[in-house]
Design a protein around this ligand. Structure first.
Ligand code: T46
Length: 140
């Protein structure tokens, strides 16, 4: 599944890299390669090998996930279809849209995952129960 074609409801963005003898620089810019205004950034590190996080959906918040170091298999479920994308390049970004149940799994030990978000943190934006998620999207 990991290398199968990306379904149309999933967007993978290859962020531009500027590389020279000093090293590499990757650019993420609102309304350019990030399709929302970035209001928040957070990152995840110090994970257990093969560990996982997430297992929720957002009501409105949009996010771009980037494994700037290491790798993780991102599993997504829109209530009808499920898919998974391996993030394993520091410039490969995955757009996780609202109302998509997602989990980040199979962490490499050296993982550093950067997340750019369209909204400030609001716990009321989270749906953390899968049955409630299915009910929520049915009402939409
Ligand atoms: C997501 C995936 C990709 C805050 O107080 N502010 C924040 O901005 C964030 C992101 C989290 N928190 C608190 C909420 C929890 O008490 O930090 C704790 C850990 O958050 P959570 O269990 O939601 O972490 P993950 O890794 O399961 O999910 C995170 C994001 O929360 C979520 O939006 O989509 O990364």
């Amino acid at each position: 599944m990991t290398n199968s074609p990306v379904p149309e409801w999933i967007k993978v963005v290859n962020l531009p890299i500027k590389a020279d003898e000093r090293g590499s620089l990757v650019i993420a810019q609102s309304d350019d390669n990030v399709p929302f205004l970035i209001k928040r950034a957070f990152y995840i590190f110090g994970v257990q090998e093969n560990g996982s996080r997430g297992f929720h959906a957002h009501k409105a918040n949009r996010q771009l996930l980037i494994c700037i170091q290491g790798s993780s298999l991102i599993k997504m479920d829109n209530g009808t279809e499920k898919t998974e994308i391996l993030l394993n390049e520091p410039n490969k970004a995955l757009l996780v849209e609202p109302q998509v149940w997602h989990s980040m799994e199979e962490f490499s030990k050296d993982l550093i995952m950067l997340v750019l978000a369209s909204d400030k943190y609001d716990e009321n934006d989270y749906i953390r129960d899968y049955q409630q998620f299915l009910e929520y999207i049915k009402q939409k």
